[in-house]
Design a protein around this ligand. Sequence first.
Ligand code: FAD
Ligand code: MG
Length: 349
Amino acid sequence: MKAFFRTGVLRILAVMTVLCCGCGKEAGGPWESVDVAMGTMVQLRIYGPEEKRAQEIFGQAKEILRSLEEEELSWRLETSEVYRLNASAGGEGEALSAEMARILQTCLELYEESEGAFDVTLGALVRLWNIDSWAGGQETGDFRVPSAESLEKALGDSGSGKLQSLPEGPLREGTRLLLPEGLQLDLGAVGKGLALSRILALLEDSPEVSGAVIYLGGSVLTYGSRPGGGSWKIGIADPSAPGSSVGVLALEGQWCVSTSGDYERYVEQDGVRWHHILDPDTGMPARSGVRSATILSGDGLLSDGLSTACFILGPEKGLELAEKYGAEVLFVLEEGEIVMSEGMGAFLD
Ligand code: FAD
Ligand code: MG
């Protein structure tokens, strides 16, 4: 039995490595930096500043990504708030920081609106499938589908509906979040979008930046304007040939584009593709007839969260969900058919 592990994500983690920066030649750029963070490639391209300032901005962006991972989101590093929350499961709970309360409140709303399809309490399931180990891009024969009993146990431990808070009501700074024994948070579905929102704030605080495009795994931020005019062009990958695109978005100003797909992080075994987006009803990779869901939104957290939710829900319910959030969505279905929201067409080149 042979399993083939494939992903676009690199395995080097925790600390980003600068592979290249300052590729621009003229004052004003474009200046480019390529790093690794959150298990994926980060490419920053900025227009406007002098080289020295551009390098400073790259350093600040790197620090944003480091602190987001190490101090807030990591489920592996003891230094993070998510790690501490997970460690408190079954106990007295932990008081939330203002930012974690805001993030989790948005995620819980998305859980409700998606009728439970989007669920940031699937940590036990994600660990059970050992999804992080699919980041090597290497061939390996040790993949096994988890047993029915272990899936049932992990599913029983999961579910945003099982979270309690003190005091009750919307989460705020200082609210104690109570995780039942065994429940583990996993914010992998929104981390990159969140990172883009933080980098956006940095760009907004840097008046010398006239435009930027930031790629972070399956999420992209566009900002400002292109020198010489014209729109930013962002390709939507073809799941059957991720090097090519099924369409190109022409975007002006600030937008976040996130794609969730079955082609980025998966294991193939005996002709079956086991991917990383899990259906909370079954604990198995979601089978909604979708190969990818791309969201266009003004907000990074929402674009990333909605792309995961829409992938699981499929086109019919996914279109409704995106509309509720004022986002545009484009699905590539298993047969290659494309389904999209009415407004998305206006952004396609
Ligand atoms: P998305 O569709 O945005 O999210 C899919 C991910 O969300 C899954 O991988 C799972 O983690 C989670 N998920 C699955 N089903 C659901 C669901 N129904 N509802 C909600 N969430 C769900 N990868 C590594 O290999 N090693 C690392 O050390 C590592 N560190 C990371 C640190 C941070 C802070 C972040 C944000 C990511 C890190 N990653 C790492 C990548 C991570 O494991 C995920 O694979 C990645 O976030 C998936 O993002 P995506 O945009 O491809 O898919
Ligand atoms: Mg996502």
